[in-house]
Design a protein around this ligand. Structure first.
Ligand SMILES: Cc1cc2nc3c(=O)[nH]c(=O)nc-3n(C[C@H](O)[C@H](O)[C@H](O)COP(=O)(O)OP(=O)(O)OC[C@H]3O[C@@H](n4cnc5c(N)ncnc54)[C@H](O)[C@@H]3O)c2cc1C
Length: 426
């Protein structure tokens, strides 16, 4: 089914953002018979959703997100039966090189056990058997056979088609300039091509949600982090499961190469928001300092200049920056690849074939907001997935649709409520 070139004047629900979260939400809203338009300022899924590692994982997930991860597994499997997007239930091995890392993995497993997981512990011999390519000794590891690898760009093209076939109208190149509020209610959006009315508006705008929410006077403490990734040329006899370690993370691609990155190498910048929300981020930052590198510089003034240009009635940064396409950190990627070649000699014959980066939207507790907005009935948020949104995207979209229709139970909504940050007079 093709969409008309411009949105109709009114829908039951307008979803802003055609990443995995916006598209999944739209799909489950259509299943409930609502008319839905999905609006994206650029090319659907061009930002985080098609440039991620392609992991669908349970290992290491926060307990609050684990349920969404487990619910997403059968949804991904069902979708994979409908279309080919490189879904591979290859499992994930999470490595612990040091005793301290091993204790941390075991502590996570002790909490997660009994929640329907298929995870099992591996001692150092079992790790060596699971990953014969690995030359470095490990203290232990966890293996989750049901975790999977997915080709993100192919999955997103599949989902885009599926959402259109389900009858949602999808508009690329249609920036939403602000949220319309009337009598305290969200009544629709103003786009660059005109107003669109709706009973409900869902902001699923990834790293841009902070600014779009601000047009309705809603504060979300969202910051941005830049993460870099590389892909290799094909590798013979490389590892089949996804591998997570402090030094590198990898997934075998369907072209025989690997997507490789280092999880503790993301960059964040000192911005006005970083100072505003410092109090909220500090506890988590102090616990995980080694996972993030902080840079100060011109980014502070660039953000300050940008944030003053959002607002109604005129072109703004949503239109100016149709695609968030940051530069990759090639020094870190080269060092990561060198370490991988050292630890797994099968990679020595491979080369770096491409590198890219993505801007990740994070929240202080690294959990998303999937929530109504008390101050503005009709306004909903589905954002802040803090680098875990792709794998859990299907179940997160389903939960969001249930929140919009009022079907979601209080316990499934509780961990993801906007009110937990107490920034909007709540
Ligand atoms: C390098 C990297 C590796 C990652 N690896 C993994 C992984 O292996 N597994 C995992 O689960 N997660 C991973 N993630 C995280 C995951 O990709 C994200 O959590 C998820 O894609 C977020 O989806 P989203 O729909 O919220 O946002 P996005 O995919 O960023 O989509 C938001 C959309 O909103 C649109 N938009 C914004 N503002 C407006 C506006 N005003 N008007 C109209 N449209 C607008 C944008 O154009 C964009 O298309 C990774 C992320 C990165 C960057």
């Amino acid at each position: 089914m093709t969409s008309p070139s411009r949105p109709k004047p009114r829908y039951d629900v307008v979803v802003v953002g055609a990443g995995i979260i916006g598209l999944s939400t739209a799909l489950f809203l259509r299943e409930r018979g609502l008319s839905v338009a999905v609006l994206d300022k650029g090319v659907p899924a061009y930002e985080q959703s098609s440039r991620n590692w392609g992991w669908m994982r349970t290992v290491g997930q926060d307990m609050a997100e684990l349920e969404l991860a487990l619910q997403s597994r059968p949804l991904w499997r069902r979708w994979a039966a409908e279309g080919d997007f490189g879904f591979r239930p290859c499992g994930l091995v999470s490595l612990a090189e040091t005793e301290a890392e091993w204790s941390a993995l075991q502590a996570w497993f002790a909490q997660a056990r009994g929640r329907g997981l298929d995870t099992r512990e591996l001692d150092s011999e079992a790790v060596a058997r699971a990953l014969p390519q690995l030359r470095r000794h490990q203290a232990g590891g966890l293996f989750a056979p049901g975790d999977a690898g997915i080709e993100p760009d192919q999955a997103m093209r599949f989902l885009e088609r599926k959402v259109r076939d389900a009858g949602a109208a999808l508009f690329a190149g249609t920036a939403v300039r602000h949220i319309d509020i009337s009598g305290g209610r969200a009544t629709g959006v103003e786009t660059e091509t005109g107003p669109v009315a709706a009973d409900a508006v869902v902001i699923a705008a990834g790293a841009w949600s902070r600014w779009l929410s601000a047009t309705a006077g809603i504060v979300i403490p969202q910051l941005k982090v830049v993460a870099s990734v590389l892909r290799t040329t094909p590798v013979e006899d490389g590892p089949l499961p996804n591998v997570a370690s402090t030094a590198f993370c990898l997934r075998r691609r369907r072209d025989g190469g690997y997507t490789v990155a280092r999880r503790n190498s993301s960059l964040t910048y000192v911005t006005p928001d970083a100072l505003r929300f410092l109090r909220l981020y500090l506890p988590n930052y102090l616990k995980q300092k080694q996972l993030l590198r902080v840079r100060a510089g011109a980014s502070f003034f660039r953000e300050l200049w940008l944030e003053r240009r959002f607002g109604p009635g005129r072109p703004n940064p949503f239109e100016e920056f149709r695609a968030c396409d940051p530069a990759a950190d090639s020094d870190t990627l080269k060092a990561t690849f060198a370490r991988l070649q050292q630890d797994m000699p099968v990679f020595r014959a491979a080369r770096i074939a491409a590198a890219w980066a993505g801007t990740i939207d994070v929240l202080p507790d690294a959990l998303p907001i999937l929530s109504s907005v008390a101050r503005h009935p009709g306004l909903f948020l589905a954002t802040g997935f803090s680098a875990h949104g792709f794998g859990i995207g299907p179940a997160a979209g389903k939960l969001m649709a249930e929140i919009v229709t009022g079907e979601a139970g209080a316990s499934s909504r509780a961990p993801f409520r906007l009110e937990r940050f107490h920034l909007n007079g709540d």
